[in-house]
Design a protein around this ligand. Sequence first.
Ligand code: TXA
Ligand code: MG
Length: 324
Amino acid sequence: MPIVAPTPENLARAAAIIRGGGVVAFPTETVYGLGANAFDARAVSQIFEIKRRPSFDPLIVHIVDEAMLARVALPLSDCARQLAFAFWPGPLTLVLAKSPALPELVTAGLGTVGVREPSNTVARALIVLSGAPIAAPSANRFGHLSPTRAEHVQAQLGNVVDMIIDGGACERGVESTIVMLEPTPTLLRHGAISVEEIELLTGPLARGVSDGAAPLAPGSLTHHYAPRTPLRVIDPHGVPHLQRSDAAALTFTEAVDGYADQRMLSPNADMREAAANLFTALHDLDARGLARIDAEPIPATGLGAAIMDRLQRAELGRAETKPA
Ligand code: TXA
Ligand code: MG
């Protein structure tokens, strides 16, 4: 798909793609984003597939008004409200308590969601016309630089995205600053709004990261949901029956007998569907409080690699942390 100009016709087509479960690259004031309807888990799974991310990372949800904010997050604390009032629309992402209606893949199973209201007029038009909040990471392949022009997106993702909207060079050219509100206001990523500006309102922020490039100290911050129930990666179909009755099974395509509970990620062996179901399945099984979750290994190709990464981390009991 070629790069298209942000004409009313093209924006209407882009919005139709979003509503239809597709993925569109679009400009924001920070960097280009790779967007999908935040309420369509399968569409969101395609973002990870396109980015070839070897793991799932929580995505930023882009909104345009209070009504949309209320669909993705629980009511804001006074501090969050103050920051939104001061810096939205603009390059500040607030990590807020998530609405239960938002698919878990968007937030990598976390109870929180990163939200921002972009100021870029093309981004806003796309969200308004789509009628949906748009989940979008930066529109680059995993491990590559964030794109600040449509040509950068074209070079990395030109043959795999449904549309690239050309909004010219991004004004800011660096990603949004990310602030987590609870339990204490914390800077998670330096970005286009300086910490000093934010601290004028919040007072000193705790620091979750030193800078956008450095990994967090493992364990200092949970960027992924970690199940409390011990999990092992093993094919449940081969587990002795005696070990099944007090445990849960997470399978890929086929049901299994004898477990106290089970979830199937995708009866049709569709990786996108499997990815879309992963976190909800883990949460559901974890909530049963059983002795163990036996999770079937799945082919580690495409999205399967990200799913396996998640399962292996759960097996090791690590709440992995990552650079934004
Ligand atoms: O400027 C930006 O923020 C751009 C444009 C497109 O809006 N987006 C962007 O997204 O930089 P991305 O995915 O490249 O970086 C977002 C980072 C994630 O990697 C994650 O570390 C953090 O935001 N994040 C998102 N939701 C979070 C949450 N609930 N808790 C903690 N961190 C979160
Ligand atoms: Mg990024």
